[in-house]
Design a protein around this ligand. Structure first.
Ligand code: ADP
Length: 497
């Protein structure tokens, strides 16, 4: 794929930024009812990109009412095949406008253009296509019934209803579409609340949703702050389900908010994922695997491999390779084609990550390696950092940092059970990685590690593989068949013949 963008696309994106921003409610572009707006910032230089409406509870009210009306009306009459066709159309429109979407994502989030154009935007289109296939394949069963007499028993999978999607800022478009796609396939209607740090691609997506021909009210998009628009959506009595991606702390707030009407919840929360490198690992795979696992997206990935356990026999060679990558990474503004990792999303995140590094050093950790970053400018940069001499009580080892900070530990002669216990010594359980050439050790560790995804010798995200968390990393699974079924209710019908 050609990852360069032309000046005319950049000009189009800038022209789009200059136009007044509105929210999509009931198929119309509207301002916030209270009239408020807030700025969205370019993390590469701290400048204001544009203002977007500050949606509040009143706008959530309108959006939920529109979604309910569409669910009970127009959307219900659309056949599964027609839903799938609209989803394919939307995927094609995303492909058509991919360069503009990628530029907006890069400006708003900070991620390198090569990532937004090469991964985030195509992932979004792919998630639509994958899930479009499910629209015609969600069905019940006819289990045999053993009651006396003659019976027909069958099950039906029905759409759960009106869904609230509350998404994070680390992969704004891919994660929003990752929620819209399966819920559209299931036949739901929805209100999307993008993160306040990164609302732009959701609004641009709204234009494409319009163009793809979805009936008004099927997808509503409300921009706003978490504690205003997000909280109103999570607590709304006519929302049947909330699907949330974000921190464990906010996830617990959502659980409490959802209790009012016992709405269904899917929660994709934080992680502190272990990476185990065995003495027989292929270092040609392990070195890039460990480095990408923590530095990709500037470490702002919920599955980031932030706790490394490497056998003493290969520790020095492994660290030499990973440190060379940390030092060699080009950190800069996302629009610069040579940039490999961008800034953090906000000044708040920058302060948070720097605070963690300081706290680790204050508690006795040492910097094994640190990369370069343009730290004296206005952007929210943090240098890729590898910490040694960390122990399990330190906050850097226990808590999710959501930045490019790796805690590296070596081990000697540990059994697989001991290694798994180290890996599991966390309140999280989102993902884990193992590097080994021993097939038996790989599968034994895969079964002993309590995490929703275990990657052996590398790996990424595939829409067919369910992803989600054990323990405090979340509830439920996204992607795959399970990722569609979370947007359904299961009904049993029993017929006396
Ligand atoms: P992070 O800690 O990574 O910034 P958050 O968990 O704070 O992520 O935010 C993820 C999403 O949750 C965002 O869309 C944010 O606006 C939303 N959010 C934040 N606070 C609340 C809340 N109290 N109720 C509902 N949504 C919220």
């Amino acid at each position: 794929m050609n990852l360069s963008v032309h000046d005319d696309v950049l000009a189009r994106a800038r022209a789009w930024l200059a136009r007044p921003k509105k929210m999509l409610i009931d198929g119309r572009w509207v301002e916030a009812e209270a009239g408020g707006a807030f700025d969205t910032i370019d993390p590469a230089d701290g400048s204001t990109l544009c203002a977007v409406p500050r949606g509040t509870a009143a706008d959530i009210e309108r959006a939920v009412a529109a979604a309910r009306k569409a669910f009970d009306g127009a959307w219900r009459k659309v056949t599964p095949a027609a839903r799938a066709a609209m989803m394919w159309k939307l995927a094609e429109l995303i492909d058509r406008d991919r360069a503009e979407l990628a530029i907006l994502e890069t400006l708003d989030n900070g991620k390198p253009l090569r990532v937004s154009l090469g991964m985030d935007v195509p992932f979004a289109a792919e998630r639509l296509r994958y899930n479009a296939g499910w629209a015609t394949k969600i069905h019940g069963e006819t289990p045999p019934v053993s009651l006396p007499g003659e019976w027909l028993g069958y099950t039906m999978r029905e759409p759960v209803g009106v869904v609230g999607h509350i998404v994070a800022w680390n992969a704004p478009l891919a994660s929003a579409v990752g929620k819209l796609a399966p819920s559209l396939a299931a036949g739901c209607t929805m209100v999307l609340k993008p993160a306040e740090q990164t609302p732009l691609t959701a609004l641009r997506l709204g234009e494409l949703i319009d163009e793809a021909g979805f009936p008004p009210g099927v997808v509503n998009i409300v921009t706003g702050y978490g504690e205003e628009a997000g909280a109103a959506l999570a607590a709304h009595g006519d929302v049947d389900k909330v699907s949330f991606t974000g921190s464990t702390e906010i996830g617990k707030i959502i659980v409490r908010a959802a209790a009012g009407n016992l709405k269904r919840l899917t929660l994709e929360l934080g992680g502190k994922s272990p990476v185990i490198v065995m003495p027989d690992a292929d270092l040609d795979k392990a070195i890039p695997g460990v480095a990408n696992g923590i530095f990709f997206n500037t470490g702002q990935v919920c599955t980031a491999g932030s706790r490394l356990f490497a056998h003493a026999a290969i520790f020095d060679d492994l660290m030499k390779g990973v440190a060379a990558r940390a030092r060699g990474l080009k950190v800069g503004a996302g629009l610069d084609p040579s940039t490999e990792i961008g800034p953090l999303v906000s000044a708040t995140q920058q302060r948070r990550v720097e605070g963690y590094i300081r706290s680790g050093l204050d508690e006795g950790a040492e910097v094994l390696a640190a990369g370069q970053a343009p730290l004296d400018g206005p952007g929210f940069f943090v240098a890729p950092t590898i910490l040694g001499r960390t122990h399990r009580e330190m906050a850097v080892r226990r808590e999710e940092i959501f930045g490019p900070v790796l805690c590296a530990v070596s081990f000697d002669d540990a059994t697989l059970d001991e290694l798994a216990a180290e890996a599991n010594d966390t309140t999280y359980g989102l993902a884990a990685s193992v590097f080994t050439s021993h097939l038996g050790a790989a599968h034994k560790l895969a079964s002993r590690i309590r995490a929703g995804t275990v990657k052996i010798n590398g790996g990424g995200l595939d829409p067919s593989l369910p992803a989600g968390g054990y323990k405090q990393s979340g509830w439920g699974r996204e992607y795959g068949r399970e990722g569609v079924e979370i947007y359904t209710e299961l009904k049993s019908v029993l017929v006396s013949l």
